[in-house]
Design a protein around this ligand. Sequence first.
Ligand code: ADP
Ligand code: MG
Length: 404
Amino acid sequence: MTLDFSDKDVSDFELEAVISKFKKRFNCHPDFVSIAPGRVNLIGGHVDYNGGLVLPLAVDRHTCVAGAKSDEAGVLVVHSVRENESFVVDLDCPMIAARPNWTNYVRGVVHGFLSRGIELPGLKILIDSTIPSGSGLSSSASLEVATAGILEVASGVTLKGNKKPRLCQQAEHEFANVPCGIMDQFAVTFAQRGCMLLLDCRDESIEHVPFDHDQLALVVINSHVRHELSESEYANRHQRCETVSTELGLESLRDLTWSMLDRSRGQFDELSFLCAEHVLRENERTLKFVQHMKNEDWSQAGEMLYQSHVSLSEKFQVSCAELDELVAGARKLGPEEGVLGARMTGAGFGGSVIVLAEREKASDVVSRVVEDYNRIGVPLSRPRASGFVAKPAGGARVIKFVAD
Ligand code: ADP
Ligand code: MG
């Protein structure tokens, strides 16, 4: 077996770990390892399901899915290391959502292949991951896209263009019951190392914009908080946006203009109106942020992040005390300490914040923000925050092992 990884985002150590776990469980070497990164969204919060402009960046945390063809036709055996649990899929039976819930991210993707008439061989599959789940780094899309990569290589059918992320999004809608936009699956699929991905969720066009990581670093701080509200409030905001756009006769809030919004004052309840206002302004901010980054005007770029956070907190109302405190803590450090901007990322009500930092000071920023937040005096019941300096990573890919 030749082990030529030559993959700079995923350490040999991570790959060797997934291979050794696979061998231990299935008593054979995997034929392939499918790798998909996690992602953070730099700006464009809650606009993806409104046809808006988002700017995700893949980070060097990954889902690694190892697979081997098995002699048992029509059967998939799937094991998740994190869940310490396995399940079996009978490919000849109709696929339905089932318990435990994590299996649905895999079932949904398998269903997507089968319903497109793609034949799958019997497979043994092991899922390993370095992406904390539920922290806003999109472990779910990463799991879906990594699973799709395994099924592509095992079936010999490659899903071209937007077909793979779309199939994965459909899996999340129909099997995991999460009405997500297209951003996460697109980011995980199409990311390029060292770049942000400007994605127009209306026409699905993509521009890769370099992230100057000689001078800048992206810090991710996980609050490890996930409030119960998270899912219901996501669906609630989604619904409000849809109601406003439908009542105004628009395809999505992306087509809203300031004069339309002005005229509609009084037509909607206050929160729905504020949500629409956030979407309109946030799309503008995404473009401004990109322009400031291209102009190397880091402080103006950072200012867009702060404004985005305030809007998500006060208008869209999806932040929480912990995220507000982390952003305020970063902001207090200011440019002298290397902090250029900060905002919550992901769906909200917990999860992570991102901090745009000067590269040289980024590690200190992590420890300062985390230590201040975790300091003695804070209720012990509150989860401790943790953070890391993220590297802008490449998109999903598959490594095939060739027999010597
Ligand atoms: P996020 O995508 O922000 O991490 P989600 O709630 O959308 O949060 O998705 C997290 C869910 O995805 C987990 O609760 C689990 O069901 C599934 N998941 C992610 N990674 C794995 C993994 N390595 N093994 C099994 N399930 C996983
Ligand atoms: Mg998710």
